[in-house]
Write a protein that binds this ligand. Structure first.
Ligand SMILES: [Zn+2]
Length: 263
């Protein structure tokens, strides 16, 4: 049986076509290593101010170089409503339109803006850090609150607000980062997490910090301005920040929970 199999094999298998000489030559050139080594860098000659001195030769090759024109990549900015445009141009905030962040399933921001500072009633500037893109309506509501009761509550002891430290508004995820949970308002840029504030002179107040606490009155004030307010003592997920959002609820309805909250 073995002998029969061997006999079945062709005796002279066809040879591959010879490669054209020119192709082989080209290849050998292409892989030729660069053995020239680094060129000796010409040290610049010390500048001698002489009235008769001609222009240095070194400037000539520059002129013959092809002009490299980097093409600026313009982000596509969504159009915004007149209300939003008026807010951005009000002079009361430092905020601008931004490109919508990449949206996951069900997520996305309507009229995304970046808010970086808010002017208080007396013109002082309060920086907002790390908020990232958020819905224009959320930025408007937050700015209006900061300008009013937020500043009033935090400055009642004479300290002067300088910075609001926040977490990113937009985050495409389920509520409390629980997989499969209902989409968080963060997924629409419709929420903000406030971690604390810094005052002029360096003092701070931080949510969940017993030594430098955020006044409870700030939670009560937030509940008058936002649909949802969650803080330490609410559900275990908000021990170091105050969550505020503009979730759609029945008119006048709020969901506010923090340590000692009555609602
Ligand atoms: Zn939150």
């Amino acid at each position: 049986m073995i002998g029969a199999e061997v006999a079945a094999l062709p005796r002279d298998p066809p040879l591959p076509w010879p490669r054209p000489q020119s192709l082989m030559e080209d290849q050998s050139r292409a892989i030729e290593p660069d053995t020239a080594g680094p060129k000796q860098a010409a040290l610049p000659k010390p500048e001698v101010a002489h009235p008769d001195a001609a222009k240095p030769e070194a400037t000539k090759p520059e002129a013959t170089k092809p002009e490299a024109k980097p093409e600026p990549v313009e982000p596509v900015l969504p159009t915004v409503s007149t209300t939003c445009r008026d807010f951005l141009n009000s002079g009361q905030v430092e905020a601008k339109r931004v490109a919508a962040p990449r949206a996951g399933p069900g997520c996305g921001i309507d009229e995304p803006v970046l808010l970086t500072a808010i002017r208080l009633a007396d013109g002082r500037r309060v920086a907002v850090t790390d908020a990232g893109a958020m819905r224009c309506d959320m930025a408007r509501a937050f700015s209006s609150w900061v300008k009013g009761e937020f500043a009033a509550v935090l400055e009642q002891d004479g300290r002067r607000l300088e910075t609001i430290v926040s977490g990113a508004s937009y985050d495409c995820r389920g509520r409390n980062r629980v997989k499969g949970a209902k989409l968080s308002e963060h997924g629409k840029g419709n929420a903000l997490d406030i971690r604390g504030v810094r005052f002029a002179g360096g003092a701070t107040a931080q949510v969940g910090d017993k030594a430098k606490p955020i006044p409870m009155a700030l939670f009560e004030s937030a509940c008058r301005h936002f649909a949802t307010v969650l803080g330490p003592g609410s559900d275990g997920y908000h021990e170091d920040h105050m969550h505020i959002d503009l979730a759609l609820r029945r008119p006048g309805s709020h969901y506010c929970r923090w340590q000692g909250s009555s609602k």
